[in-house]
Every structure is written in structure tokens, then in C-alpha cells.
Design a protein around this ligand. Structure first.
Ligand code: ZN
Length: 178
């Protein structure tokens, strides 16, 4: 396993749409290594979620962080099949948009269908903070970043980041970077 470099905004590769993975390819060592690398990288950077496009791998895989890498959930070829009508604001940050935080309005509940790291079908109803992380990661696989949807920036300076000034301190005020 290795820690991979996380692409940061405005890297154009973050705008690539991820491709789905053939079920028979999931168990191949190259994909299993990609899953392990993604999880390792997420833990290394204190993220609570990460998508493969954030490390420049154009595949439909994202991770939902748990206490340990082993417990963390892997979602392959995800589809969100239900969004609650009820929405609310959550403060979000992103490993690929360092130092920036903001309020994003999203549905509070979703239903997610995907495959796990063994290729087994997953069908989950998810609410609360996990639902927000899942929508954020799902967006990454479509080339969408939270700053496209943010309604109010609570910390940081997007213009500075665009001009290449990545903040020296990437210390996050809360556990909201994914
Ligand atoms: Zn992100």
C-alpha cells in the first residue's frame, strides 16, 4: 500500500468523470491495491471520505471513513437512487480544496446502491453526516466539487487557491474534509 498524492483545485483532472468498473475486474490485484491506497491516503490526510478521482484515478470508487481502514466502507459503481425532499446545510471541506470550508445544502437522506470491494451488492439508506459525505464523494466521481455548490464560504480564500497559494497550515477546524 502507498500514500498517494491528492490532486488539489484547480487541477483539471478533478473535473474528469469516472468510469465504471467491470464486476470481474474488482478482484484484480490492481483494483484491490487502488482501494487500499485510497483508504491509506484518506487516513494519512485525516479525511472522512475520499474518491478515486482525487488521486487521479478515473474509476467509480469512493470510501466512507470509519474508525479504522479495515472498517471503512468501499463503494464501487455507486448510484444514488433516492434523495429526500428535506435538505439542510452542513459545513463541508475537501482534501482537494485545502483550507476552504463552506456551507452546502443537500438532502438529509439518500439511498445508495453500489458494489463492495468483493463485488457484492450494497443497498443502503443513509442519513445524517454520512449522507452528506456520500453525496460529496459521489459528486467527485462526476467531476463536481463542493465549491460548485457552496452557498457560503465559512473559511478560506478560493481566489488565493486558484492563483496557486495553498495555505501553509492545512489544519482543519473540524472533521469535515472529504
Ligand atoms: Zn472532496
Amino acid at each position: 500500500m502507498s500514500i498517494r498524492k491528492i490532486l488539489t483545485y484547480p487541477d483539471k483532472k478533478l473535473r474528469n468523470k469516472a468510469s465504471s468498473i467491470l464486476v470481474e475486474d474488482i478482484l484484480k490485484p490492481s483494483f484491490q491495491k487502488l482501494i487500499t491506497d485510497l483508504t491509506t491516503t484518506m487516513f494519512h490526510d485525516d479525511g472522512v471520505g475520499i474518491a478515486a478521482t482525487q488521486i487521479g484515478e478515473p474509476y467509480q470508487i469512493f470510501i466512507l471513513g470509519r474508525k479504522t481502514p479495515e472498517e471503512s466502507l468501499v463503494f464501487i459503481n455507486p448510484r444514488i437512487t433516492f434523495f429526500s425532499r428535506k435538505t439542510n446545510f452542513t459545513e463541508e471541506g475537501c482534501l482537494s480544496v485545502p483550507g476552504i470550508f463552506g456551507l452546502v445544502k443537500r438532502p438529509v437522506k439518500v439511498r445508495l446502491k453500489a458494489l463492495d470491494r468483493t463485488g457484492k451488492k450494497i443497498d443502503m439508506k443513509i442519513s445524517g453526516f454520512d449522507a452528506k459525505v456520500i453525496q460529496h464523494e459521489f459528486d467527485h466521481l462526476q467531476g463536481i466539487l463542493f465549491i460548485d455548490k457552496v452557498e457560503k464560504i465559512t473559511q478560506g480564500d478560493i481566489k488565493a487557491l486558484e492563483s496557486g497559494k495553498i495555505p501553509v497550515s492545512l489544519k482543519r477546524k473540524t472533521d469535515v474534509a472529504f
